[in-house]
Ligand binder design. Structure first.
Ligand SMILES: Nc1ncnc2c1ncn2[C@@H]1O[C@H](COP(=O)(O)OP(=O)(O)OP(=O)(O)O)[C@@H](O)[C@H]1O
Length: 417
């Protein structure tokens, strides 16, 4: 047995003991946050989700992590603005926190870095001190949390049904769900589930007249923002062609997209599945089919009665937040995309923060992503809005620092209220 294997076994044994001790002292029954339901009147609701480990995934941690990476969310996003491209000059390695040290254990061992409680998530962050291996248990509050066993149906129930997002749109408002998180944390999995569940329910929730007909027309657009390049996912024939985003004098933002009218749950579902098939993916160190882009599905409800409004349900699967280490093998073009994605995520954070705090000005023109989301940020618009941000985190202890940053980033939106 090598010294390194021995060290691994000892450290991981210690982590397991510490996790067991923490779990014994923090049972679900002692969770103060268990009672109560979602805050019905909040403009922004915060949800956290983690997923189960995937077969063979732990073996990925055997690859050494980059010694230059930064794990602070803002630092990481700003870091992406500097030249770290393939030709960038190497800096001397910085001292590494323990979670960045290359994996030192048998690959088949999964070690959980997340505990989901009803209304908070706890991240168990490895922390090496002079006393040896330790764990910091960092707790972040949310309106609702989903552990690895939660189904997409449960997520739909709590993040769409309970906050009344479809009802809000039917009444003329703007409802939005944003899936945020580290690459491979489960954003696309959640959003596909929500998109298909909304397709199933939407038509039965549209009000009908005495003849059984609804006064609403349902139209769909689907846009992909790859780095800074918007594309129409509805048009496979236009693949690769960038579309224009216009902001009219009236203040309305008009991406030049094909809008498709749908008249049934099946039609809506078919359009969504077809468009998702046009989304670009690439293999990353963490996800064989990683979505490189932000994907914005907009379901427009057009009320055909005289003076009837157009309301919207906007479903956004954001590009994965990537650390520098995750992108170090990217080509120059992919690196630029990652940089643009990270910049737009930072702009999004600023906008949501300003929006939640009731600031007079929300800087939505800072990026194409936030400009496209103007309907939820526009203070001058009279339509009521509600946004649910679902932060996704990896279940692995090796990702604990990234997970803590993700939850810190998103839980702020709850704290500002
Ligand atoms: N709750 C879950 N239960 C079971 N499997 C899941 C769950 N969430 C995600 N997965 C699986 O994990 C893998 C990564 O998920 P997904 O592609 O949704 O991540 P992502 O956050 O969208 O990644 P990226 O940002 O790289 O596109 C997929 O194989 C997916 O099927």
């Amino acid at each position: 047995m090598t010294m390194s294997t021995l060290h691994t076994i000892t450290t991981h044994k210690k982590y397991r003991e510490l996790l067991a001790e923490w779990a014994a002292d923090n049972t679900e029954d002692s969770d103060q946050d268990k009672s109560g339901s979602l805050i019905p009147n909040a403009t922004v609701l915060v949800a956290f989700r983690t997923r189960p480990p995937i077969d063979g995934e732990v073996e990925l941690f055997d690859a050494p992590l980059d010694d230059e990476e930064t794990d602070d969310e803002e630092e990481r996003v700003n870091d992406a603005n500097h030249d770290h491209g393939p030709r960038a000059k190497k800096q001397p390695p910085a001292p590494q926190p323990v979670s960045k040290i290359p994996a030192q254990r048998p690959p088949e061992e999964f070690m959980c870095g997340i505990t989901a409680r009803s209304r908070r998530m706890v991240v168990h962050v490895p922390n090496m001190t002079w006393k040896g291996a330790g764990l910091l248990h960092q707790s972040y509050p949310a309106d609702v949390c989903f552990g690895p066993d939660a189904t997409n149906e449960e997520v739909y129930e709590q993040t769409v049904k309970t906050p009344g997002l479809i009802d809000l749109a039917v009444q003329g408002g703007v409802a939005c769900v944003l899936a945020y998180g580290q690459t491979s944390a489960g954003k696309t999995y959640s959003m596909m589930g929500l998109e298909l569940a909304i397709s199933q329910d939407l038509f039965s929730l549209l009000p009908v007249d005495d003849t059984g007909k609804t006064q609403f027309e349902v139209h769909v657009t689907f846009l992909e923002l790859l780095g800074n390049k918007p594309r129409d996912l509805m048009r496979a024939d236009e693949a690769g062609k960038n579309i224009e985003i216009r902001e009219a004098d009236t203040g309305n933002v008009h991406p030049v997209l094909q809008s498709t009218q749908v008249d049934s749950a099946k039609e809506l579902e078919d359009v969504i599945v077809r468009c998702l098939g046009h989304r670009r993916t690439a293999q990353t160190s963490r996800n064989a089919k990683s979505s490189r882009s932000h994907a914005i599905l907009t379901i427009l409800l057009k009320n055909k009665t005289p003076g009837g409004a157009v309301s919207e349900i906007i479903l956004v699967d954001l590009a994965g937040s990537e650390r520098h280490a995750d992108s170090k093998k990217h080509s120059a073009a992919r690196f630029q995309e990652t940089r643009d994605n990270n910049k737009s995520l930072l702009a999004l954070k600023d906008c949501v923060r300003a929006h939640v705090s009731g600031a007079a000005l929300v800087p939505f023109r800072t990026s194409k992503l936030t400009l496209l989301l103007k309907p939820i940020f526009d203070r001058k618009a009279s339509r009521p809005t509600r946004t649910v941000v679902i932060a996704h985190v990896s279940p692995h202890i090796q990702d604990a620092e990234h997970s803590a940053n993700t939850l810190r980033y998103v839980s702020q939106f709850k704290a500002i209220r």
